[in-house]
Design a protein. Structure first.
Length: 279
């Protein structure tokens, strides 16, 4: 038997559940964003400079659509090359155009690698609808110096900046963050000149270079060892060697005569010599 197939009603119910979960996720993501009011200008890191031994980092904006009354800034940096302590966070020229006083406060954040603060115009009619410098941040070089990195955080951007950790202008109507766009948010600055610099590329260190180890070396080279050499070999020539002939040995004559009569009559010496008679 074949297993029962799910009914169309079940399939539709499952699809509806998936859509509902997706919609809930979208609502949660939307609720995570910081609410904004009004449209501000484009905020960027401006032209840095060196003054009184400090690097001055201006935070600038273009002309907004809606007026603003304050600027909130969060800047991080390479803490091995610069420091924000003691804090140097001052109003920019555009905030003074109303003629009202401007109050600024800031603190070192990001475990010593950042500064976060806000400058607010105080008093009635404290609204600005112009481009210019919002805030000046002073950084003091430390260590051996070099090319320090800077980062300006955004609001509701990829870096996750919010009402506390983002950078934005504050809308004059209601006091909520404005919806800003962003220009230059990262740069590098020389601690000796205060001007932009290019960091040196990291030095590549080879760690796993393959070294050939099995190089074929010929070991069986045939070397002729039995080369025929025509060397004259002396042939032994027989020489005549004198052979000594045996020297005759004198043997005394021996007689077989046993009586004097026999000796005289019949016996003579064998081999010559004088007659001897054996008695």
């Amino acid at each position: 038997m074949h297993p029962a197939r799910p009914s169309s009603a079940l399939l539709l119910a499952g699809l509806a559940t998936i859509v509902a979960v997706a919609a809930l996720s979208v609502r949660r993501d939307a609720s995570a964003a910081t609410p904004t009011t009004g449209t501000g200008g484009t905020i960027s890191i401006g032209a840095t400079s060196l003054s009184g031994g400090k690097i001055i980092v201006p935070i600038v904006t273009t002309r907004p659509t809606d007026p603003y009354t304050a600027a909130h800034v969060h800047l991080t940096f390479d803490a091995s090359l610069v420091t924000a302590a003691p804090t140097d966070f001052t109003r920019g020229a555009v905030l003074t155009t109303t003629g009202n006083p401007v109050a600024c406060s800031a603190s070192v954040t990001d475990a010593g690698a950042g500064i976060t603060g806000q400058c607010t115009i105080i008093g009635p009619f404290s609204l600005v609808n112009a481009a210019g410098t919002l805030v000046n941040v002073g950084l003091t070089p430390v260590g051996a110096g070099g090319c320090a990195s800077l980062k300006l955080w955004t609001l509701n951007g990829a870096d996750g900046g919010d009402a506390t950790t983002g950078t934005y202008t504050v809308n004059s109507n209601g006091g909520a963050p404005q919806a800003n766009t962003y220009g230059t948010t990262t740069t590098f600055v020389s601690t000796s000149t205060g001007q932009p610099c290019t960091p040196a590329p990291p030095t590549a260190t080879p760690t796993d270079t393959a070294t050939p180890t099995d190089t074929a070396t010929p070991t069986d080279t045939a070397t002729p060892t039995d080369t025929a050499t025509d060397t004259a070999t002396a042939t032994s020539t027989p020489t005549s060697t004198a052979t000594e002939s045996p020297t005759p040995t004198s043997t005394p004559p021996y007689f077989h005569c046993f009586t004097p009569v026999q000796a005289r009559a019949h016996c003579g010496p064998i081999g010559g010599g004088s007659l001897k008679v054996r008695r």
